[in-house]
Design a protein around this ligand. Structure first.
Ligand code: KIV
Length: 261
């Protein structure tokens, strides 16, 4: 059955939901087969599938292209398009680019990074009927100015996170990502608002969790962040399969009679 924003919102406080990113038809099919309710076409596309060292090089054209494929692969999931760096710096930009995710890729919602400073853009998008997932705490698009610091370690920073979550909830976001927030703070923020919180490295008290699919499946070749649990080693399995194929070809063992007309 198709997941809607209303259904997702209503899942707050229930059994925590495991959510993933996906970047193309193949990875979206995997998520759909596992019954994942919400799939994020994350701007982590840049680091996982395109080989960049940060998410900053992700462009709107690339994100829309990949979101179209994810939509085809996961027709029943809530597909969320991640607004890339500088695509929502002004309200008109946010409307134009979010509109591309909805109209061209068939996304159900968009995600954008930022708390208080993004409330105006969130309100404008929601007013036009575009559901928004907010993203506070560590914000990878600001990594050049903030670094990858864990959030919520001081009373001042906890107060800033409270202002951020209050602002995005009041602006109409249907859910909010908490990235790298101290677990006790994430638990308090989850109780503070009536929209689902989605944790990334923020402990188990959130209403849902995100894992970047490349980390979950072991598709990358670098070390995953501390919070990312690897459930499979698909890159190793794939490289080993390709090596076996190459050896078979070298020995004329492939193609054999069973694979020839
Ligand atoms: O781009 C991404 O994958 C994300 C998640 C980590 C939330 O923003």
């Amino acid at each position: 059955m198709k997941w809607t924003v209303r259904k997702f919102r209503a899942a707050k406080g229930g059994e925590p939901m495991g959510l993933v990113t996906a970047y193309d038809y193949i990875t979206a099919r995997m998520a759909a087969r596992a019954g994942v309710p919400l799939v994020l076409v994350g701007d982590s596309l840049a680091t996982t599938a395109l080989g960049f060292s940060t998410t900053l090089p992700a462009t709107m054209d690339a994100m829309v292209h990949h979101a179209e494929a994810v939509r085809r692969g996961a027709p029943d999931a809530l597909v969320v398009g991640d607004m890339p760096f500088l695509s929502y710096a002004t309200v008109p930009d946010a409307l134009k680019n979010a509109g591309r995710f909805m109209r061209e890729a068939g996304c159900d919602a968009v995600k954008l990074e930022g708390g208080v400073p993004r409330a105006e853009a969130i309100r404008a998008l929601v007013q036009e009927g575009i559901p928004v997932q907010a993203h506070i705490g560590l914000q990878p698009q600001s990594v050049k100015s903030t670094g990858y610091a864990v959030r919520g370690k001081t009373p001042e920073d906890i107060a800033a996170l409270e202002r951020d979550i209050d602002a995005v909830a009041a602006a109409g976001a249907f859910s909010v990502v908490l990235e790298c927030v101290m677990p006790d703070v994430a638990a308090a923020l989850t109780k503070r608002v009536d929209i689902p919180t989605i944790g990334v490295g923020s402990g188990s008290a959130c209403d849902a969790q995100y894992l970047v699919l490349a980390d979950l499946l072991g598709l990358g070749d670098g070390p995953a962040p501390k919070f990312a649990k690897q459930y499979a080693s698909l890159a190793d399995t794939a490289a080993e399969a390709i090596a076996r194929y190459r050896a078979d070809v070298a020995q004329r063992a492939f193609p054999d009679a069973g694979h020839t007309y």
